[in-house]
Write a protein that binds this ligand. Sequence first.
Ligand SMILES: [Zn+2]
Length: 134
Amino acid sequence: MSHVGETFFTSVGCMDGRVQNPMLHYGQKKFGVKYADTITEAGLVGLLAKENVDPVLLGSIKKKILISVEKHHSKGIVVHGHQECAGNPVEDDLHKEDVLKAVKTIGALIKKDIQIIPVFITRNKHLWGEVEEL
Ligand SMILES: [Zn+2]
């Protein structure tokens, strides 16, 4: 399913194009891998932090994460939220809590012995790329 040297981590978070490059660079450095398997929805952590998460969404997320972990031998999962999110337009502190809740949801969902790291991405003037581990 993947060739030697094609190494992956799993990026789970918002669809926002501004955060994809920072996430890729973060994961490459963190896990020493080349590629990000990218699983997104608009404001995903907000959706996963709810009391009653949409089961269709959960099933879809689970399927994608398991492909990344089992077929691509992902080295780790990063769950991310970010500033100025159109899909989850809440204050940063609440958004960070949503990231932590989403990590718990995902851990219970996939039941795999794999590291899941919560992060929050912020803007520094015009540049996106500050990745804070929560
Ligand atoms: Zn967003």
